[in-house]
Design a binder for this molecule. Structure first.
Ligand code: S3P
Length: 425
């Protein structure tokens, strides 16, 4: 479905963004593994996390939608062998994390997903899980889904992550809950630490020492309610929208402000953004607060590559901000963008080009020459974040977004929320 956005003069108001996608995936998985009943409050109910609910149900958990929440009855560590293959849809976090869980279970499962997911690299999880003792097969020697897993009999390993990936870290830690002895993961750079925090919330074994994270075999653990913070990655679209639109002020409330997620705030500040935020509470182990953005004249910067893992999902929207900034923005360290829901480096460059913005692209970097956005057409390449980021980029000039429904993978109310801020209720 095409969505036409007429030029926007101003964005005003306050908003609560939907629940965090990463925390919802983990909340559903751990609630499903726990013993007894718990509530997952304010989860994200969107394409990706509904895939997780479906998979955890097929593995024996009861998951009921109750208004805005989920009520979960967990299986007490022993998942049930499903009668059919498990469809992970578009969700990379689901297929990778659940591979870790299934590696620990004495049963046979097959995981698959949509065309995008079946193109994404799985060797990064199948390699350490095989080292732990799981038998895993798949296309291209286990590097691509569908993956067939026969789990059980795991031994703990010490594993140095070859890429900075929270999904791989989490898959190994989840498998570690079922493994004999200790499992240790070393990260090359800090990545989002929601798994470590949720383990603590449930009283599961977890020890963090610098870049080393350890766990060991878990005993059945009691169900516990969990409240999901608003998703910083969803908030990011409206923050940047307010910064680049004249006469704008937008406040986002109840947003997760976990420092392993907020690298974008550092970069936008450096670009001259009028941004303020405050952590107002700690909610089940995650810092939560508000963020306010006002119209700003941004300037181009060279982004510090060590910040990329702390903003890996925000590169598309940062590129939109760079398109409106004065001068050049250089973003290095982007090799992982090639293997997201789309080849995001390519998708960013093509959409900027459609909107009249000049770029140069290397294997793992992009240079964006700001200041010349024109009216145009956005092509999401089946990628939710590309659809939303470049809709924002074209807000002032007017833009047509092709296949706009892709936003619902992580943010089903995106278009309505945007209309509210534009005063088009
Ligand atoms: C996620 C980790 C990141 C991120 C994804 C969610 C997670 O992926 O891009 O949207 O919840 O662990 P990588 O681990 O592949 O960087």
């Amino acid at each position: 479905m095409d969505r036409h956005l007429f030029p926007t003069r101003s964005l005003r108001g306050s908003l609560r963004v939907p629940g965090d996608k990463s925390v919802t995936h983990r909340g559903l998985m751990l609630g499903a593994l726990a013993q007894g009943e718990s509530w997952l409050y304010h989860p994200l109910k969107a394409g990706d996390t509904l895939s997780t609910a479906g998979v955890m149900r097929a593995l024996g958990a009861e998951i009921h939608e109750e208004g805005a929440h989920f009520r979960i009855r967990g299986v007490g560590l022993a998942l049930k062998e499903p009668g059919d293959i498990l469809d992970c849809g578009n969700a990379g976090t689901l297929i990778r994390l659940v591979s870790g869980l299934l590696a620990g279970q004495e049963m046979f499962t097959v995981l698959t997903g949509d065309a995008s997911l079946r193109r994404r690299p799985m060797g990064r999880v199948t390699a350490p899980l095989r080292q732990m003792g799981a038998r895993i097969d798949g296309r291209d020697g286990g590097r691509l889904a569908p993956l067939a897993i026969r789990g059980g009999g795991l031994k703990g390993i010490r594993y140095e992550l070859p890429v900075a990936s929270a999904q791989v870290k989490s898959a190994v830690l989840l498998a570690g809950l079922f493994a004999e002895g200790e499992t240790e993961v070393t990260e090359p750079a800090p990545t989002r630490d929601h798994t470590e925090r949720i383990f603590r919330h449930y009283g599961l074994p977890i020890e963090v020492q610098g870049n080393r994270i350890r766990t060991h075999r878990a005993q059945p653990f009691a169900a516990r309610d969990l409240t999901v913070p608003g998703d910083f990655s969803s908030a990011a679209f409206f923050l940047v929208a307010a910064l680049i639109t004249p006469d704008s002020e937008v406040t986002l409330e109840g947003v997760g402000l976990n420092p392993t997620r907020t690298g974008l705030l550092t970069v936008l500040k450096e670009m001259g953004a009028d941004l303020s935020w405050e952590v107002t509470e700690g909610q089940d182990g995650e810092p939560v607060g508000w963020i306010r953005a006002r119209s700003s004249q941004l300037k181009g910067v060279a982004v510090d590559p060590s910040l990329i893992p702390l903003m890996v999902d925000e590169i598309p929207i940062l590129s939109a901000a760079a398109a409106w900034a004065e001068g050049e923005t250089f973003i290095p360290g982007l090799e992982e963008l090639r293997v997201k829901e789309s080849d995001r480096l390519e998708a960013i460059a093509k959409n900027l080009n459609n909107l009249g913005v000049k770029t140069e692209v290397g294997p793992d970097w992009i240079r964006i020459f700001g200041g010349s956005v024109q009216q145009g057409r956005v092509e999401p390449f089946h990628d939710h974040r590309i659809a939303m980021a470049f809709a924002v980029c074209g807000l002032q000039t007017g833009v047509t977004v092709h296949d706009a429904e892709w936003a619902s993978i992580s943010f089903p109310s995106f278009w309505e929320d945007l209309d509210r801020l534009r005063g088009k209720d």
